[in-house]
Design a protein around this ligand. Structure first.
Ligand code: TXA
Ligand code: MG
Length: 331
């Protein structure tokens, strides 16, 4: 299978799913906390272990685009086109809910989010299991998504029955969510498939609804947040802002922009931002976790240019910097 996962592990994962248990499984984006998508009791445990409100819908992972009509109804041509191009891959489609999908998986919505993950371990589990696996990211509600099996164990401990280790996730940010239930497909969450690539395949621009309306979870300002407070400034101000805060007594972590890679900076911990957007996305959550672990209470960063994967990175950084539950009355 892979260096870390054997056929025995796959069988064990399927056994756990069939018995109503929870399996953490690697995908190309982030690790998921998986349950049998058709087992309401198992789904209830997912919400409980994550500490997530049950009104927040989950993504149903399936083994291939050929299974789509088992889980969704009235699948439009645009959805089939996107599925054909990007599955397996970091794209989630929001469609009309098929009868097979319990409302517990969709947060009571008449739509369902579906994707085919591009990871050999996840695909092997899906093939052997045969059904759909509902899986949110395997982290506590509102915190950073896990991109290694160790992150999952740290986040969820005994809450998960079995952790499949598929190594570090290769994309590193969550899937792009596209709602194809309306007249114009719209991006609900930017992610691993870029807007440019989606538009090239569809041959038309995509709507990106304003993030100020909290429509669905994952859209809350404070999602994807480390413990440390995150402050975003212009790239050329990162060093000065970090040093000022450090002098004021903070333990400052710095995301040092590539153009300032050689700048000496007075701070508690420095992460040089990778020049490639792929590498930045792959590392983002790990970097934030590392700065938390090193005891930083403040992280100073800047936003990348918002094109390609930069759109998803900027989205996650803004949310990491957003108001926390204790600071807002909206949650
Ligand atoms: O890459 C990913 O998408 C990862 C891996 C594990 O597949 N999963 C993930 O799941 O990020 P989660 O639960 O953390 O985020 C899924 C998001 C929800 O927060 C919600 O915004 C959206 O999917 N969603 C799910 N069902 C929806 C629906 N019916 N309509 C609109 N949005 C929906
Ligand atoms: Mg999540």
């Amino acid at each position: 299978m892979t260096a870390r996962t054997s056929d025995i592990d796959i069988d064990k994962a399927v056994g756990v799913l069939c018995a109503g248990g929870l399996v953490a499984l690697p995908t190309e984006t982030v690790y998921g906390l998986g349950a049998n998508a058709e087992d309401p009791a198992a789904l209830a445990r997912v919400f409980q272990v994550k500490g997530r409100p049950p009104s927040h819908p989950l993504i149903v992972h399936i083994g291939g685009a050929e299974h789509l009509d088992n889980w969704a109804e009235d699948v439009p041509a645009a959805a089939r086109l996107l599925a054909e191009h990007f599955w397996p891959g970091p794209l989630t489609l929001v469609l009309r809910r098929g009868r097979r999908v319990p409302l517990e998986a969709t947060g009571g919505l008449q739509t369902v989010a579906v994707r085919v993950p591009d990871h050999p371990v996840a695909l092997a589990v899906l093939a052997a299991f045969g059904g759909g696996i509902a899986a949110p990211s395997a982290n506590r509600f509102g915190s950073l998504s896990p991109t290694t099996a160790d992150h999952v164990r740290t986040e969820l401990g005994d809450g998960v029955d079995f952790v499949l280790d598929g190594g570090p996730c290769q994309v590193g940010v969550e899937s792009t969510i596209v709602d194809v239930t309306g007249d114009v497909p719209s991006i609900l969450r930017p992610g691993g498939v870029t807007r440019e690539d989606l538009e090239a395949v569809l041959g038309r621009p995509l709507a990106i609804p304003s993030t100020s309306r909290v429509r669905v979870p994952g859209q809350h300002p404070s999602h994807y947040a480390p413990r440390a407070r995150v402050v975003l400034v212009e790239p050329e101000k990162v060093v000065a802002e970090a040093e000022l805060a450090q002098d004021l007594g903070h333990q400052v972590g710095v995301f040092l922009p590539t153009s300032f890679a050689d700048a000496p900076v007075r701070a508690h911990a420095v992460v040089p931002v990778p020049a490639s957007m792929d590498a930045y996305a792959r590392g983002l959550y790990g970097f934030l976790r590392e700065l938390d672990q090193r005891g930083c209470d403040l992280i100073v960063a800047s936003l990348p240019v918002e094109e390609g994967l930069g759109l998803a990175l900027a989205n996650r950084l803004r949310r990491a910097a957003g108001p926390r539950p204790s600071e807002t009355r909206s949650r």
